[in-house]
Design a protein around this ligand. Structure first.
Ligand code: 13P
Length: 340
């Protein structure tokens, strides 16, 4: 694949029908947690070997249009080919997480602001030279008794908009990700209300910063009850609340919305995506940009053993195939249990 040359071509490539994104952009602390869970030490070579396993999965490009990388991975190689070049040669657009993680929001005990605007134009230019064609910035919003605060919503929207504008100026399609966390015991309705408020605020701020809507993707969570909520929501309830919220808050000029998995089980993330994508007449394309929900089974299967690489790749291929069906509203129990 020749890398897309401009924002429009990149957006179209990322939103190829039936395909979604693989988020493999875990920062050092996050990949450390994932490796700890399976007893592997987070060395540079282990991280490289794991990302090589993911990206060399045979047939991955049937379901994956783009891969979000972390800074270190951008500079690592598969054989003598750089990771971004390897992805591009195999028909997947390389992208890069450019935020610097979160820190405490000044004046707040529980809320976070995302770092990374200092020096960003310089880093963006370098990433484009290294082959990236899109970027991601994640803001986190916590739901609690008096949370989120207006200050937190505003500060994060401002950073997202500045990131998005700078990315577009650098020839990179921004993925704007305001993640409303699943932590807490809030209801589905409360998640919908907060997600709606956050998204509206983000889009007003994007407009103020003259961000071009047709050259960005929104990455958001589904509308779900908090993970400690005593109430379970049905697939239909989740799909209806999510679609209602997005219709109300996301301008129709946005070309695509991709969902994060946010700590849902991998199968739940596929089932809910399928239910959401069965809704018709939506103005934007919908797809996935999953980290854990694509990688969990592969990571557990691999367990750091080279003898397990093929089985781990089979697990990733299967999840990617199921999510591809879900994007088309065609996922089923039979597809889930089909031979890997
Ligand atoms: P999860 O799907 O694991 O939530 O990760 C997606 C992501 O990129 C978070 O920024």
């Amino acid at each position: 694949m020749t890398l897309p040359s401009d924002l429009t071509a990149t957006t179209a490539a990322l939103l190829a029908p039936g395909k979604g994104l693989l988020a493999a952009d875990e920062s050092f602390p996050t990949i450390g947690k994932r490796f700890d869970a399976i007893g592997i030490s987070s060395t540079e070579e282990n991280r490289r070997a794991y990302r090589e396993l993911l990206f060399t999965t045979p047939g991955l490009n049937e379901f994956i249009s783009g891969v979000i990388l972390f800074d270190e991975t951008m500079r690592q190689k598969i054989g003598d080919v750089s990771m971004p070049e390897f992805l591009a040669r195999n028909g997947m657009v390389p992208g890069i997480k450019v935020d610097g993680g979160t820190e405490a929001l000044p004046g707040s005990k529980a809320e976070k602001i995302t770092k990374g605007l200092d020096g960003l134009p310089h880093r963006l230019a370098e990433y484009r030279r290294l082959g990236a064609r899109f970027t991601k910035w994640r803001a986190v919003i916590t739901i609690g008794d008096d949370l989120p605060s207006v200050t937190c919503i505003d500060a994060n929207a401002d950073a997202l908009a500045r990131f998005a504008r700078l990315s577009q100026e650098a020839g990179l399609v921004p993925i704007v990700e305001p993640e409303v966390l699943m932590d807490g015991n809030h209801t589905l309705a409360r998640c919908e209300e907060v997600t709606n408020t956050v998204l509206k605020n983000v889009f007003v701020t994007l407009f103020e910063h003259r961000v071009t809507l047709d050259s960005l993707l929104l990455k958001t969570g589904m509308v779900l009850p908090g993970k400690d909520s005593p109430h379970e929501a049905t697939l239909d309830e989740v799909a209806e609340a999510t679609v209602r919220c997005l219709r109300d808050a996301v301008p129709s000029g946005v070309p695509g919305i991709v969902f994060l998995s946010g700590g849902q089980s991998d199968i739940a993330a596929t089932e809910r995506l399928n239910a959401i994508c069965q809704h018709e007449d939506l103005p934007w394309k919908l797809s996935f940009s999953y980290g854990r929900a694509l990688q969990d089974a592969a990571l557990k299967t691999w367990h750091g053993q080279s003898a397990h690489v093929a089985a781990a790749q089979g697990a990733l291929h299967h999840r990617a195939a199921c999510n591809s069906l879900a994007v088309q509203g065609k996922y089923s129990v039979e597809a889930e249990h089909a031979a890997v």
